[in-house]
Design a protein around this ligand. Structure first.
Ligand SMILES: Nc1nc2c(ncn2[C@@H]2O[C@H](COP(=O)(O)OP(=O)(O)OP(=O)(O)O)[C@@H](O)[C@H]2O)c(=O)[nH]1
Ligand SMILES: [Mg+2]
Length: 296
């Protein structure tokens, strides 16, 4: 009997959804940073077993949207919650529930799909039961698991439990497929991750990265030209830094990770440009992979 199914990772920003996705897959497909609202798109990761296929769906953190980008991100999470067999509501158990956690609980309820509570970052707390209780009060979750995605604690029971409940069915994706994201998207995300790591305040939220060109110049060298867009000249000056030092450091960090990914040399030609108010621009959001808003 073959089993296959989808599980959506839902939660407020920064609780560790993408870290958990990477940990369960055993490789990095989604970027993670200490800054909230890191993930902007739905990212699928596929785990293959001889008798089963589990499709994990990482989503943007549910938050109070301040512009169209935020609205599209929330909508992405909302619609991802409807098309799955199971929802994992991830929480940061080292912090008390917030209004955003209540919204996520509401999403789980309205999706009418079974949901489990995943109490993440358990490595940060002592009195676990006391910390989990307020979260369990948010919604009648069928089960709950205490995990540390970062330190990979508690993942085996979770894995066993989820493969147990997968519905019978044929595989959704071919055996070699690990993620649905394109190569250019992955490359742009690695660059964005390095920009998020290097900047603070409003800059991380105002950055979008697009790959303009990516070619294998030889079997040992990939050439990539990419542009980081920000909304203001002041943000551009921050990303470039004095004497271009910040941009150079960002480029070096991204190149090092891309070289490890490709297993050969990468030449990264990284530019910074201003695109005022792109976070409210439909055409731009479409280019970044967001569909036009429907009525749902
Ligand atoms: N101590 C600790 N830190 C964790 C754990 N899981 C994730 N983190 C950290 O929490 C931060 C946020 O992790 P992400 O995986 O990016 O969180 P996310 O829920 O995907 O965030 P968004 O994409 O913004 O919604 C990162 O700095 C992670 O290293 C954990 O189990 N323990
Ligand atoms: Mg994320």
């Amino acid at each position: 009997m073959y089993k296959a199914g989808f599980v959506a990772l839902l939660g407020r920003p920064n609780v560790g959804k993408s870290t958990l996705l990477n940990a369960l897959l055993g490789r990095k497909i989604a970027i993670t940073t200490p800054k909230p609202q890191t993930t902007r798109n739905r990212i699928m990761g596929v785990i293959h077993r001889p008798d089963a296929q589990l499709v994990l769906v990482d989503t943007p953190g549910v938050h109070k949207a301040l512009h169209k980008l935020g609205e599209r991100m929330n909508k992405t999470s909302r619609s991802a919650s409807r098309d799955v067999d199971l929802i994992w509501h991830l929480v940061d158990v080292s912090r008390p529930p917030s209004e955003e956690d209540q919204w996520v609980a509401g999403l789980c309820r309205s999706a009418a799909i079974p949901a489990w509570l995943l109490a993440n970052k358990c490595d940060l707390v002592q009195n676990l039961a006391g910390r989990v209780e307020p979260y369990l009060a948010l919604a009648p979750y069928a089960r709950h698991f205490v995990v540390s995605a970062f330190y990979e604690q508690g993942l085996d029971p979770l894995r066993d439990a989820v493969f147990d409940v997968l519905p019978e069915g044929s595989p959704y994706f071919p055996e070699e497929m690990v993620t649905d994201q394109s190569e250019d998207f992955y490359v742009s995300e690695i660059i964005r991750e390095k920009i998020l790591d290097a900047t603070r305040d409003e800059v991380p939220y105002a950055v979008a990265v697009m790959v303009d060109e990516r070619v294998a110049r030889s079997s040992r060298l990939t050439f990539i030209r990419a542009t980081a867009y920000v909304e203001r000249d002041t943000q551009k000056a921050i990303v470039i830094g004095s004497g271009g030092r910040m941009l150079k450091a960002i480029g070096q960090a991204a190149r090092a990770e891309l070289e490890a990914y490709y297993g050969h040399q990468v030449f990264l030609d990284l530019w910074v440009k201003v695109r005022p108010r792109w976070r409210n621009e439909d055409e731009w959001l479409r280019r970044l992979g967001f569909r036009e808003p429907g009525r749902s």
